[in-house]
Design a protein around this ligand. Structure first.
Ligand code: GTP
Ligand code: MG
Length: 196
């Protein structure tokens, strides 16, 4: 079991399509999930830098493939949230195409971290995303975040329910996390280290 310690992180670029994504060949991990679920906050927590990824209380802020270089050797990619009602139909359609190209064509992509809110049952879009990642045979890690909002026993129960609804059959790939209270991230980082 490898361990990962993050010593350095920096914003590299926001890429509108895969043509603009970095060509260094470094391994990368993408963070996907419903809009406002806490993807950017999760990245900031993992790298211990509150100012790295832009977070917001208004959903739909992350609009492109946002690349963060970690320890000078791999990337975290913050993806735009799905399911945000105020984004126009045409923008959503375009995003679907770009996301599809990204997921299916980026050879550097070593895994997808799917993020859901521990308080909510999985939506149709969450299920669709989960099925999509699995079908691509990409390592899939499920994070249920905002765990600070529930009691310890509720956390376990809700996490199990979400994992079941999304068809997660490997409990080692389920992570109960709070970016706000900063817990649960270490085991996720170690799992990512094993995928590089
Ligand atoms: N209590 C609590 N709040 C959180 C946690 N993580 C994120 N939030 C809050 O949730 C809101 C959305 O967080 P973001 O990290 O911006 O969410 P996002 O998924 O990146 O959103 P988009 O970029 O719009 O898709 C912010 O108000 C955060 O402060 C958490 O672990 N606990
Ligand atoms: Mg974001």
């Amino acid at each position: 079991m490898r361990k990962m310690k993050i010593k350095q992180s920096e914003f590299i670029k926001s890429a509108p399509t895969i043509e603009y994504c970095p060509r260094t060949g470094y391994p990368e991990f993408a963070f996907a999930g419903r809009s406002n679920v806490g993807k950017s906050s999760l990245i900031n927590y993992l790298v211990n830098n509150r100012k790295l990824a832009r977070t917001s209380s208004s959903p739909g802020r992350t609009q492109m493939f946002n690349y963060y270089l970690i320890n000078g050797s791999f990337y975290f990619v913050d993806l735009p949230g799905y399911g945000y009602a105020k984004v126009s139909q045409s923008v959503r359609k375009k995003w679907r195409i770009e996301m599809d190209r990204f997921m299916s064509q980026r050879e550097q992509l070593k895994g997808v971290v799917q993020v859901t809110d521990i308080r909510h049952t999985a939506t149709e879009l969450d299920k669709e995303m989960a099925a999509y990642i699995k079908q691509l045979n990409l390592p899939w890690l499920l994070v249920v975040t905002k765990a600070d909002k529930l009691s310890k026993s509720q956390q376990k129960q809700q996490a199990a329910k979400i994992a079941q609804d999304l068809g997660l059959d490997n409990s080692q790939r389920l992570f109960i996390i709070s970016s706000e209270k900063k817990f649960g991230g270490e085991s996720l980082l170690n799992e990512l280290a094993n995928l590089m």
